[in-house]
Design a binder for this molecule. Structure first.
Ligand code: NAD
Length: 489
């Protein structure tokens, strides 16, 4: 079993309390690593290190172009360590290897390169005040110490979406990965040691939300909090940050609808809908977990969908031919099964799946791709984020009905619209309350395009220019060129 310490001020450290917790491999259900269980004392060490690095170290004196070079070197370091990063992410949270290598690791590298290019391109402005003898200009400035708290479903990607823009803007960062999947973030830190960032610029604090996440958010020297996780976790973190009047970005959950009209291309749409939820076993924030079908195509569509979903191969996330990997942790596996049991009790019709399985007898946590039809729009399955391979199917009659159902949710992360009528697609895209809308596709994203939520799916944006601005605050500077200042009275 590997022992993983935590990282601050350029050093690997044992936790102050001397305790470790197990990290499990979801394919075997067995512990494979011990992770440092940090507490408030460790949080203070990490934040102090980040604060010193911001105010006293070479980081704050670097030119923007030099910072950009550091980010480029970080991207190069990730490229050199890509195989190991992929191996650890798959072992620790069960993400399929085919999704990580080369796809996800290339994305990580690109994100560093993209924000490396931005480090010396954000500019202030000269403001047309209309006053004589006054020069008023703005300076975009970093916040200082950023607390970046991440979820377990895609630890590396979520970490880099925060880390790269925060560093490009000139901040220093304390990363706090989920207690359910910390190992790949620690591996990322090992990779970044190769980039020779000054000590304290990036720190990784491991442990539980209440034990170390909360003291991190509350620490008075932290000025910006970027959080990815559940609505429950996010509201607690936002409340803690509000008490210290800290800037916050919130990337929370979703219950994203896929609207399918009767003119949609059947097979493409079935593949798009399946691909929008099942490959990561539904463990994606933008999973299209509500399928809204126009009444006329409902039965034929469900029949084809069940056929395609039922032939998915569950198994080893390292194998090239695995379609769906395991559920990332035991607690979540039980939680997803609970949703399935309650959906049955609520009267939804099980069209396929619904069972826990162990396809390779490996001891892993697998759940079949599960489709429920006749789901009551008021039921738990229609409203709550399951975050598992469970699709809730409902039917609608016309556009107005479809929009009403699509927006009947507290969430607003993403939506898909499938129709050959492009006028309708664009019109409905405007009426759907979601941060991302896909028309005749689903699940795409890239570093250049902002992502984020409407309603309870969060606020603020990651990626693109907006992702950088989230880590900057604006200072307005007034210079008087007057020869004398008039007496006020
Ligand atoms: P979670 O809220 O349980 O935990 C997220 C992180 O917050 C963890 O690191 C946890 O330790 C920490 N945390 C929890 N309580 C805390 C507290 N009181 N103070 C400080 N830190 C605390 O979420 P999760 O189960 O890890 O992640 C799954 C959720 O994340 C899903 O809802 C999913 O949709 C969402 N998610 C959103 C996005 C997005 O970009 N919108 C991306 C991925 C995942």
């Amino acid at each position: 079993m590997e022992t993983c310490n935590w990282y601050a001020d350029g050093k690997w450290l044992e936790p102050a309390g001397g305790e470790y917790f197990d990290s499990d491999n979801p394919y075997t259900g067995k512990a494979w690593a011990r992770i440092a269980r940090c507490d408030e004392k460790d949080a203070n060490i990490a934040v102090q290190a980040a604060y010193r690095a911001f105010h006293e170290g070479p980081w704050g004196r670097m030119t923007p172009a030099e910072r950009g070079l550091m980010l480029r070197r970080s991207g190069d370091a990730v490229a050199r360590h890509a195989d190991r990063l992929a191996e650890v992410e798959t072992r620790d949270n069960g993400k399929r290897r085919v999704d990580i290598r080369p796809g996800l690791t290339s994305w990580l590298i690109d994100s560093f390169y993209y924000y490396a290019g931005m480090a010396d391109k954000f500019e202030g402005a000269v403001i047309p005040t209309g006053r004589d003898n006054i020069l008023n200009f703005t300076r975009p400035e970093p916040f200082g110490v950023v607390a970046a708290i991440t979820a377990w479903n895609s630890p590396l990607l979520i970490a880099i979406w925060k880390l790269a823009p925060a560093l490009a803007a000139g901040n220093t960062v304390v990363l706090k990965p989920s207690e359910f999947a910390s190992a790949s973030t620690l591996e990322l830190m090992r990779a970044l040691e190769d980039a020779d960032l000054p000590s304290g610029v990036v720190n990784v604090l491991t442990g539980f939300g209440t034990e170390v996440g909360a003291p991190l958010v509350e620490h008075p020297l932290v000025r910006k909090v970027s959080f990815t996780g559940s609505v429950a976790g996010g509201t607690r973190v936002a409340a803690l940050a509000a008490a210290g009047v800290k800037s916050v970005t919130m990337e929370l959950g979703g219950k994203s609808p896929q609207l399918v009209f009767d003119d949609a291309r059947l097979d493409d749409t079935v593949h798009g809908v399946c691909g929008g939820i099942f490959p990561p076993a539904g463990q994606s924030c933008i999973a299209g977990s509500r399928l809204l079908l126009q009444a006329g195509i409902h039965d034929a569509f469900v029949a084809r969908l069940v056929e395609v979903a039922s032939r998915a191969r569950l198994g080893d996330p390292n194998a090239d031919d695995t379609d769906i990997g395991p559920i990332a942790n035991r607690a979540h596996f039980d939680r997803v099964l609970g949703f399935i049991e309650r959906a049955r009790a609520d009267g939804a019709t099980l069209a396929c799946g619904g069972n826990a399985v162990d396809p390779d007898d490996s001891g892993g946590w697998f759940i079949e791709p599960t489709i429920f039809t006749d789901v009551d729009p008021e039921s738990e399955l229609a409203r709550a984020e399951v975050f598992g391979p469970v699709l809730a199917v409902m039917r609608f009659d016309d556009e107005a009905d479809a929009v009403r159902l699509a927006n009947a949710t507290d969430y607003g992360l993403a939506a898909g619209i499938w129709t050959e009528d492009h006028r309708r697609a664009l019109e409905l895209a405007n009426r759907i309350e979601a941060g991302t809308v896909y028309l005749n596709n689903y699940f795409d994203a890239c570093t250049q395009s902002p992502v984020g939520g409407y309603k309870q799916s969060g606020y603020g944006r990651e990626l693109g220019w907006e992702g950088l601005r989230a880590y900057l605050q604006t200072k307005s500077v007034w210079l008087s060129t007057a020869r004398r200042i008039d007496a006020p009275f």
